[in-house]
Design a protein around this ligand. Structure first.
Ligand SMILES: [Zn+2]
Ligand SMILES: [Zn+2]
Length: 369
């Protein structure tokens, strides 16, 4: 089978022949039919996310279960599944308090890029063991992973639409509904309107936010933002100061909620400055691991503003992925409209170049099935 692998930071992604190992007792083998390309994949390639290499990229996939281990209870061969980038144990402190995205066992597993038992399940043609991004590696024709990554979905949902619920859609929606818990009627500013930001906008619509202000440098993305529910748009290239423009739109007060979805530290500051007193800034963007954001400390005693960090949207994948799929089936969530470019696996570097140009919402790699 073919897989998209990063061998060295800063080098092009290689599409190589790879072999999968045994399906362990708790494993599933999945034939991937569609996989989105997320900025985090590119961050692994550049080294901004310093994960172990060589690594199969991709953490936003959907496909068909081909085989399951003896102890697997969550799915059977033939099931259509979305691959969740997170897994959780269900019994640690964080799982028990309803925060499975912070599961100790799960985070140790996915950040290590290995299966939970510590093994690696794929090798290249030279016999070199391959790590899997988020312990799944969906930019491959097939993968073997722990059953807890595989979330069954109805068979009438296209793989292209479904795969997006594995990361970008889930992160955006959950950041609004689970993390910030946006209240009806409040004002929301979304800085960055790519594959995740558009879903923050969709989440704000679902939460019945009042004003939804989309901020981006790219007019095409701002057009999309309006179609996804933004009530106002600001082009950061021409508006001058984002905080000043937000205050002008909000009667001089600033926004109730701001979401930073780009991963640029200066935008954390601009997001903070765009808040009204008692407002909440949620940082979703993946910032370079060595970067620092600077905030005006004097405001800590005077503004009661809240800064929230956010891991994978504070999502609960086993609950929130099926919810997103159901909202799509009901016509209340746009997924097809998010896919702006299609690629084959061999075109993975074109997909990265397209993403880096900043004009696409989501590029999806499709596989023959
Ligand atoms: Zn992602
Ligand atoms: Zn846990």
């Amino acid at each position: 089978m073919k897989a998209a692998v990063v061998y060295e930071y800063g080098q092009p992604i290689e599409t190589v022949d790879a072999h999968l190992g045994e399906v362990g007792p708790n494993d599933v083998r999945v034939a991937i039919r569609a996989s989105g390309l997320c900025h985090s994949d590119v961050s692994v390639q550049t080294g901004a996310l310093p994960f172990p290499l060589p690594m199969i990229l991709g953490h936003e996939g959907a496909g068909v279960v081909e085989a399951v281990g003896d102890a697997v209870t969550t799915c059977v061969p033939g099931d259509h599944v979305v691959l969740s980038a997170l897994i959780h144990c269900g019994i640690c402190d964080n799982c028990v308090k309803g925060r499975p995205n912070l599961c100790f066992w799960g985070l140790n597993t996915i950040f290590g890029g290995r299966n939970p038992d510590g093994s690696l399940r794929a090798r290249d043609a030279q016999g070199r063991e391959l790590y899997q991004f988020s312990s799944i590696g969906t930019l491959a024709e097939e993968l073997v992973c722990h059953e807890k990554h595989a979330i069954p979905i109805p068979r009438d949902v296209s793989f292209e639409a479904a795969c997006l619920t594995g990361c970008g859609v889930l992160t955006g929606l959950s950041a609004v509904l689970n993390r910030a818990r946006v209240e009806a009627g409040k004002s929301v500013v979304v800085i960055g309107c790519g594959g995740v930001g558009l879903n923050v906008i969709q989440g704000a619509v679902l939460a019945s936010a009042g004003m939804i202000v989309a901020v981006d440098l790219n007019e095409t993305k701002l057009d999309m933002a309006r179609r996804f529910g933004a009530t106002h748009t600001l082009n950061a290239a021409t508006v001058g100061s984002i905080p000043d423009a937000v205050r002008e739109l909000t009667g001089g007060f600033g926004a109730d909620y701001v979401f930073e979805v780009v991963g640029v530290p200066e935008l954390v500051r601009q997001g903070w400055d765009s808040l009204r007193i008692d407002g909440t800034l949620t940082v979703i963007g993946v910032h370079p691991s060595t970067s620092e954001a600077i905030l005006p400390a004097g405001e800590f005693a005077t503004s009661e503003k809240t800064l929230m960090s956010c891991l994978y949207g504070t999502s609960r994948p086993t609950k929130d992925i099926p919810l997103a799929v159901e909202l799509y089936r009901q016509g209340r969530l746009k997924l097809d409209e998010l896919v702006t470019h299609h690629f084959s696996l061999d075109q993975i570097n074109d997909a990265v170049a397209t993403m880096n140009r900043g004009t696409d919402a989501r590029g999806v790699v499709v596989f023959d099935g």
